[in-house]
Design a protein around this ligand. Structure first.
Ligand SMILES: [Zn+2]
Ligand SMILES: [Zn+2]
Length: 199
């Protein structure tokens, strides 16, 4: 995915601009957003992508669409790159401590316990942040009842919709695309009209 490399290149060039004060979460609510938005816009325009008008609030909430969505993605990844490895271990996992979204993508992992092996899901946020949860665990409402999820299979991805709150997560069997996975899944979920507005 060439577009992903472009997005990441822009995010890398922006990360030095991020002034973050880790006083409360999500960090996206505590950064110099106006400055980041205008720098990200410039970078996108240099590549021929005209973002047009998009509100800071829409970006913080992750609701910007079209080219605005691209801007939101670039800024989220820049934030994550800036704070990667320095988040305190007690930072809350949901919503994302970096960018405030709920994860929509995961990778199934098998971990060895003392007696049994166990399947867990490594959840990935669009910004790059990841955290591991039990196999059936809705990050939005906390539902852990295996029976309370609807499943749809499309290609190599299993989509799990939480019956209690409607949140959808696409889960891959193995890490085929690494950090690109949530972006591919976000695209697929929006294409299928499975967008979750629950938060
Ligand atoms: Zn995030
Ligand atoms: Zn739920």
């Amino acid at each position: 995915m060439k577009a992903f490399d472009e997005i990441d290149a822009i995010a890398s060039s922006l990360q030095a601009l991020v002034k973050v004060e880790p006083s409360s979460y999500p960090l996206i609510s505590n950064v110099n957003m106006e400055e980041l938005i205008s720098a990200a816009k410039q970078e996108l325009e240099r590549r021929g992508i005209d973002v047009g008008g998009v509100s800071k609030e829409a970006i913080v909430r992750g609701e910007a669409e079209g080219a605005g969505g691209l801007l939101s993605l670039v800024i989220r990844r820049a934030l994550y790159k800036r704070v990667k490895g320095s988040l305190p271990p007690d930072a809350p996992a949901f919503p994302c401590p970096v960018c405030g979204l709920y994860p929509i993508a995961g990778v199934m992992k098998r971990v060895k316990g003392a007696i049994f092996s166990m399947d867990v899901v490594e959840l990935h946020c669009l910004c790059g942040y990841s955290t591991t949860v039990e196999q059936f665990h809705c990050p939005v409402c906390g539902n852990k009842d295996k029976q309370a999820f609807d499943l749809y299979v499309a290609g190599d991805i299993t989509y799990r919709a939480c019956i209690k709150c409607g949140h959808v997560i696409g889960i891959a069997k193995e890490e085929v695309e690494g950090e690109k996975l949530p972006i591919a899944i976000a695209y697929s979920i929006s294409r299928h009209g499975w967008i979750s507005r629950s938060a």
